[in-house]
Design a protein around this ligand. Sequence first.
Ligand code: MLT
Length: 261
Amino acid sequence: MEYVEVQGTTFGFQSRGEGDLAVFVHGFPLDHRLWLDQLEGLQDLRRCVAPDLRGSGRSDPVASGVLAMEHLADDLAGLIETLGSSSADIVALSMGGYAALALWERHPERVRTLVLMDTRSGADSDAGRAGRREMAERVAAEGPGALVAGFQTALLAPTAGLAARVRLRGMVEGTPAETVVASLEGMARRADRTDILASINVPALVVVGADDGLTPPDVAEHMSGLIPNARLEVIPGAGHLPPIEAPEAVNELLRSFWTGS
Ligand code: MLT
């Protein structure tokens, strides 16, 4: 694990390889371990960096009850700069994708290429917000471990192997309750960024697991249709977390996207 300080906040990150920077942004309530197979498999192409977002993994704790997507985006921009790069290839999953779209809105010069994986550009519905607040109450009462069984069912394809199930458990159980609750509120309040998709003028790839029930393939198809020249790829046999469910397929897609092959 390596550490970097960005405007007074310490972020833990894992990195492999050299050269142009690629930043892998995890989802909720996860950490950099989501991307371990990508760091291993793509290190010959890029300096692959997977940070723990604010409040997750080894990074400094959240200091407020709301973890706004804009705050995560500003952290990512600061991280890219502090790591000595003017821009990076961004690969972002789910909540990471919400932050990546905020990064594009606020700091587009930091984004060299963009991969949006199992995510959406729209805001929550009223029912979605209510569901998040119920989940936050549950976490306050029982802790993040209470979410594991439900997440293993909702986030992973029915065929997911032991390695994916146990990696998911480790990440969920390792996320502090405060971070889970602040992230839920940040996501509940996030803006609809569908309007900015048309402004994405860097190479873009939209990826989704064929069995993703949370951000399903039709959502990905709609989003990719609004991004000029974006490619859409659907990964068979994966749910909401292809980096741990189908790591080799994800690596092949990223390799081909980055090398243009
Ligand atoms: C994630 O994987 O980051 C979350 O499922 C996103 C969400 O709850 O909207």
